[in-house]
Structure formats: structure tokens, C-alpha cells
Design a protein around this ligand. Structure first.
Ligand SMILES: [Zn+2]
Length: 464
């Protein structure tokens, strides 16, 4: 398998450091607000990377942190008059729910910096011992001039970085690019004891400290959004290597997400949280949309593109239903799939893997599946798909879905779809469109869902 490594700026062979074991660290969100599409994209593309490695038989350890202490979490907690912990615990729950609706596998470890203060302090002590850290009035800083490789990941020289930096008169830092490892206590901020004075960690140090704890001094892949390359990942490298660790062997970054061809930002008013989008589109459609473009390419969100994703998924759903029907109607018989069907499957497996092995070329991988759907559909049209054929195609779709996580195999409606239909029915009733409301009730009944209108709203239960 080849992956694009941001450090070498090209595709490299992916060879794990320890045989079959792979360690991956993904920078997670700062938990002070609802997750938006950009968070969803980064979480989904690297979830797919992890799932593909598992599909290929690797034993993957996946770490994704929650940043629970920084200016943003402190500001918002103060504004709401609650503790930082209360605030961040609330948003971690919300993220967990959103990620689970997006069918993102839970990480093996999801550490928070506030629970790793001793590890963070230990790392800063190593940086002092190795001559990379110094004290100022407001905190402990990293001296980037002591780390000659600084700038390599983002492709900037130390000189360029100096020329580009804004020099503030009051700045006592040795270099404009020096960054805080430890920030001394300010009123209204949580703080911990340290050998240098009470305070809290700078942002970058957490990922260096927590990755070494859970993945060791050297691990396979560090990933994150493209916006984290500089300064966050550059600073992580300076810290971890400065402390004497080999750190990440490869670096992978996902591209930006634009909204209607503009950068997503709160000030432009084109900012959507995942929850806002889930009101319009099922999380499965959102997942499919977010993984259907190459992870490194910029991805453009528009109503049109989400509609397309919905259409593509419903074609897959129809296909899987057709296979189900064949299996139900023809009854299990002891036989092998036809040679023609086996050949279509093995050809598809090959091109799916060829695509994924080429730095997760998802377009090629999805094109292979579409082609299979087309070819098998033609066979179904000619009634030449047997139980064994349908079963082997379904098994193939299931194995592909262990990587993609987007298909639906049972006929049962998912709870979120039921909820959506209930909302639609409530709206229809409010608008006195009783015909539509009754149709929805009948449709649900047909799917084995019975509705009960109570004074607290509509409840549902399955009857078959
Ligand atoms: Zn990080």
C-alpha cells in the first residue's frame, strides 16, 4: 500500500514498524462547541483508513484525543458560568453521539490533556534537560532555533519563518515562532502545580505527551486536518524529537471542506454543525458524501452534492434489497455461485484494493463497486442470479462495508429514519395534511412499526 506522506511530500510505501501492528494518532477536536462538517470529514476519512488496514489484516491501535483545556474551552465555560470540566464533558458526549451516528469506530484510546498533566510535565522536563525550553514571565517556551528541522513538515525554512512572523515589540521570546509549553496561571483559569509554577499546558504539548504514552516513542502514522500542519504538527515534531523520541514515521493530512465553494466560517454565515445537517440528511448520507472524495482533495459541500450522495446510496440500498429478495424467494440451496458471478466479485475486489492501496483512491474503489452493481443488476434482470450468487455478492458487499461503513443490509428501518418519518408526520398533521400523515403511518406499519400518539408526543414500537 502507498500513502502520501506530508513529510516527504510524495507517496511512500506503507510498511508498519512492527510487523503486523499499526499505531495511528489522530488529532481530535477542541471540545467547546458542536462539531461541524470539517470535524466530520477528518474523523471519517481516517476512520476509513483505519478500517481498511483492519480489512487488510493489520492489528491497529487508534488514538484520538479530545482537547479539553485551551483558551476556547476556558472562555466558553466562563461565559456560561460553569466549570471547564462541565463544559467539555457535555461536548465530548455530543461529539461521541455525532461520531457514532456517522458510524465512526470508537478509538482504542481517547485521552484528554487534563488527565495527563504528569506526562505533560515529564515531557517538558525532558525538553529543559535537552536545552529546548526556557522560562518567561508568562510561561515556559520552546526555543525553535534549537531544533534545526523546524519547518520541514510545512516546507518552510527557519529563515522564512522568521521573515514571515509578526514581531511584537513586547515579545520577549527568543524567536517569534517560539511557542508555549506551559502557560502560567491567570485568574479564572484552571491550573495545576508544576516545577515552574502553577499553570496549564500549551496546546501542542498534549499530543506529544499522549501519543508516546499510548503508542510508544515511535509509531506509524500521525494524521489530522491540513490546517494542523503548521504550527500544531510542526510544534509536536519539535517537542517529541527534542525530547529524544523518534515520533511519527508518516504524516497524513486531509484537505479542507468548502461550502458552496467558499471557505466555511462562522463570519460568512455558511457554517453548519453536524446536527444541523443531520436534520436534513441521514448521517449515512453525510458519511458517504464526506468519504466519496479523495481525502487530500478539497471537498465542496452543496445541497446538490448531498442530494447526489443520497441518490447514490439509495441505488446501493435498492441493489442490496434485490439480493435479499432473491435469497428470500429462492430459498437456501447447496450450490456454488456461478463462475461468472465469482469472476465479477474477484475482479471487483482487485480493483477496489488497487484503488485503496493507492493512497486511498476512493473514486477508483467506488467505481469498482458501481460497476459490480451494474453487472449483477443486468444478471438479475435476466433472472440468472441464484441464491448462492446473491449470497456471495451480499457477503462481498458486507466485507467492503467493513471499510466504508455506509451500506444497509437489513430491511429494518433505522431508529433515526423512524424518528425522521415521525417528525414528517407531525408536521403534516400540523399543516392539516391528514392524507400525508396517514400515508406515513401506513408506510411505517408496513415496515413493522406501530405508532402511539400520547400527550408527550408520538412513541413507536416494532411489531415484527
Ligand atoms: Zn494534535
Amino acid at each position: 500500500m502507498k500513502i502520501y506522506d506530508t513529510m516527504v511530500k510524495g507517496k511512500v510505501d506503507f510498511i508498519p514498524l512492527n510487523d503486523n501492528k499499526v499505531g495511528i494518532y489522530l488529532c481530535g477536536p477542541t471540545v467547546y462547541d458542536y462539531g461541524h462538517l470539517g470535524h466530520g470529514r477528518s474523523a471519517i476519512v481516517f476512520d476509513m483508513f483505519r478500517r481498511y488496514l483492519i480489512y487488510k489484516g493489520y492489528d491497529v491501535t487508534f488514538v484520538r484525543n479530545w482537547t479539553d483545556i485551551d483558551d476556547k474551552t476556558i472562555d466558553r465555560a466562563n461565559k456560561e458560568g460553569i466549570s471547564v470540566k462541565e463544559l467539555t464533558e457535555r461536548f465530548i458526549q455530543i461529539y461521541k453521539e455525532d461520531y457514532s451516528r456517522l458510524n465512526i469506530l470508537e478509538p482504542d484510546y481517547d485521552p484528554k490533556p487534563t488527565e495527563h498533566i504528569p506526562e505533560i510535565i515529564g515531557l517538558i522536563e525532558r525538553l529543559f534537560a535537552n536545552g529546548h525550553a526556557y522560562n518567561l514571565d508568562d510561561g515556559v517556551y520552546y526555543d525553535i532555533s534549537t531544533f534545526p528541522e523546524y519547518g520541514k513538515l510545512s516546507g518552510q525554512s527557519l529563515e522564512e519563518l522568521k521573515a514571515g512572523a509578526r514581531i511584537e515589540v513586547s515579545d520577549k521570546k527568543k524567536n517569534p515562532g517560539d511557542f508555549a509549553l506551559w502557560k502560567f496561571e491567570k485568574p479564572g483559569e484552571p491550573s495545576w502545580d508544576s516545577p515552574w509554577g502553577r499553570g496549564r499546558p500549551g496546546w501542542h504539548i498534549e499530543c506529544s505527551a499522549m501519543s508516546v504514552k499510548y503508542l510508544g516513542e515511535e509509531f506509524d502514522v500521525h494524521c489530522g486536518g491540513q490546517d494542523l500542519i503548521f504550527p500544531h504538527h510542526e510544534d509536536e515534531i519539535a517537542q517529541s524529537r527534542g525530547a529524544g523520541y523518534r515520533f511519527a514515521n508518516h504524516w497524513m493530512h486531509n484537505g479542507f471542506l468548502n461550502i458552496d465553494n467558499e471557505k466555511m466560517s462562522k463570519s460568512l454565515g455558511n457554517f453548519f454543525t453536524l446536527r444541523e445537517i443531520f436534520e436534513k440528511y441521514s448521517p449515512r448520507v453525510v458519511r458517504y458524501f464526506l468519504l466519496s472524495a479523495h481525502y487530500k482533495a478539497p471537498l465542496n459541500y452543496s445541497e446538490e452534492s448531498l442530494k447526489q450522495a443520497e441518490g447514490a446510496l439509495s441505488r446501493y440500498d435498492d441493489f442490496i434489497l434485490r439480493l435479499n429478495d432473491i435469497m428470500e424467494k429462492s430459498g437456501k440451496r447447496k450450490e456454488n455461485p456461478k463462475k461468472q458471478v465469482s469472476e465479477i466479485i474477484s475482479k471487483t475486489v482487485n480493483s477496489f484494493e488497487e484503488g485503496m492501496d493507492d493512497d486511498l483512491n476512493i473514486s477508483k474503489a467506488l467505481a469498482a463497486i458501481s460497476e459490480l452493481v451494474k453487472e449483477i443488476n443486468i444478471l438479475i434482470d435476466h433472472s440468472s442470479v441464484s441464491y448462492a450468487d446473491a449470497e456471495s455478492v451480499t457477503d462481498f458487499m458486507k466485507s467492503i462495508d467493513s471499510v466504508l461503513g455506509i451500506f444497509k443490509f437489513d430491511k429494518e428501518l433505522l431508529p433515526e429514519e423512524i424518528e425522521r418519518l415521525i417528525e414528517e408526520r407531525a408536521k403534516a398533521r400540523k399543516e392539516k395534511d391528514f392524507k400525508k400523515a396517514d400515508e406515513i403511518r401506513a408506510k411505517l406499519l408496513e415496515m413493522g412499526i406501530v405508532l402511539e400518539d400520547t400527550k408527550d408526543g408520538t412513541r413507536w414500537k416494532r411489531i415484527k
